[in-house]
Ligand binder design. Structure first.
Ligand code: SF4
Length: 434
């Protein structure tokens, strides 16, 4: 590692303001930027010297030797420690954790989101298997701060080793339990977690607090335990690097600001052959990277180089957008990369626009897609590309082929790259024996 770039916006809210200047010496854990509104503290993840400060990032030339020690945070209360550590939702949302936990639940729930719903990503499950006790302690701190009296770990039943480890770790914790989730997308959506664990279907505009619950990602819980017990600032991230690399790897405690190219090299480098794109994030909600030297942030979960795209030679294509998958812009980008001409854009009827973002009325329960397929056919589509959840992909398959439409899913090139079945026909049961 020679130079790291730490972004000033790694969370929901306004960018932070730098509190260091060119030439300053920094250590691991030195506070380098503070919130200007909703946000979270940002720390240096290395020993080094500040090489550039601008409105978007702070560049640090890292020293050759990097001791493990870091500057500890201070705080009088558990909530203060979480706030001062700069923890945000590390599952991708980036919402400041201290704000989320300051919930005053009344006999409510902490729901630990360990669904790790994006296919191919494995670092949350790896954490549950290897850092089980610390994760459980993190949940206790979250319960204390939020005023929750119960906690539920939401884990997909297929992750048997993690389920066993958590059940063993909480066997003497009567206030904690495990809820087994089916292996369908998007079980990790916040309201899906509430619905599955508590049997309450929230409106798309409602937050989990309406169900007397806080949903918190598994890695976020671990960072809470680090802040409280080790006084460690949040400057590292667990990341899965998979797809077209020679040695797919789960990296733990990657220094925030590390260039993605460095992780790809550490995962054995790119496989031979043409790379379609490099996706940062998961297959459904990740984004194509413009620059492989872009940095890891507090919310980066996956790095996935892919196989090349098929060439549709300018054929007409229709897009069916889902609330829980790629945006229309992302799907248009994929169509362009497949050399297809977009002639129709439809939206799943459960995808509602709320404050500029799409939200699903009932994530993962298909309302039927035949009408949307008919509309795309009418508009002249020969192919369709769908971004739908498992259940809706299944129903598309029940109607579109009968109309002569050829089907792609926006994740196809990623699924082929990680050797995962394509999203077409659902073969898992929605009901799991608890
Ligand atoms: S029901 Fe529609 S909007 Fe909701 S997750 Fe499925 S495809 Fe997406």
């Amino acid at each position: 590692m020679s130079q790291i770039k730490i972004l000033l916006k790694q969370h929901i809210g306004a960018p932070c303001a730098a509190v260091v200047a060119l030439g300053d010496k920094v250590k691991k854990g030195t506070l380098i930027a503070q919130p200007t509104g909703l946000g979270a503290n940002i720390f240096s993840s290395v020993y080094g010297e500040v090489a550039e400060v601008n409105e978007n990032y702070i560049l640090i030339n890292a020293d050759e030797t990097q001791p493990d020690e870091y500057e500890p945070i201070t705080g009088e209360t558990t909530l203060e420690l979480i706030k001062n550590a700069g923890i945000v939702g590390m599952g991708g949302a980036g919402f400041p954790t201290a704000v989320k936990l300051n919930a005053n639940l009344n006999d409510g729930y902490i729901l630990v989101n360990a669904a790790e719903c994006e296919p191919g990503l494995l670092h949350n499950i790896h954490q549950l298997e290897t850092q089980t006790d610390k994760t459980v302690r993190g949940v206790k701190y979250c319960m204390e701060v939020a005023g929750a009296t119960k906690a539920v770990f939401a884990i997909k039943a297929k992750n048997e080793k993690a389920v066993k480890a958590v059940k063993e770790a909480i066997k003497n914790e009567p206030s904690m339990s495990v809820f087994l989730m089916p292996d369908i997308y998007p079980m990790g959506e916040e309201r899906a977690v509430v619905r599955e664990c508590l049997g309450i279907l929230l409106e798309p505009t409602q937050l989990p607090s309406a169900a007397n619950a806080v949903v918190i990602n598994a890695e976020t819980v671990l960072r809470v335990a680090e802040a409280v017990e080790d006084k460690k600032p949040c400057f590292s991230k667990n990341v899965t690097v998979t797809g077209k690399v020679n040695n797919p790897t789960i990296f733990t405690d990657v220094a925030v600001g590390t260039p993605v190219s460095e992780l790809i090299e550490a995962a054995g480098g790119l496989c031979d052959g043409v790379i379609g794109e490099i996706v940062m994030g998961g297959p459904f909600t990740g984004k194509s990277m413009a620059d492989v030297n872009d940095p890891i942030t507090k919310t980066t979960g996956g790095i996935i180089p892919t196989i090349e795209f098929p060439d549709l030679h300018g054929a007409n294509i229709g897009i069916l957008v889902c609330a829980c998958g790629g945006s229309e812009a992302r799907m248009r980008e994929i169509c362009e990369k497949m050399n297809a001409k977009v002639v129709s854009v439809q939206r799943c009827k459960q995808a509602m626009e709320i404050k500029g973002a799409l939200k699903c009325e009932n994530p993962g329960n298909c309302p039927g897609q035949a009408q949307k397929c008919i509309a795309m056919k009418k508009d002249g589509a020969e192919y369709i590309i769908i971004g739908n959840c498992s259940d809706c992909s299944n129903t598309v398959m029940g109607s579109a082929p009968k109309m002569g439409l050829k089907i792609f899913h926006q994740t196809d090139h990623l699924m082929r790259s990680i050797h995962h079945p394509l999203y077409r026909k659902l073969r898992v049961s929605k009901k799991i024996e608890q």
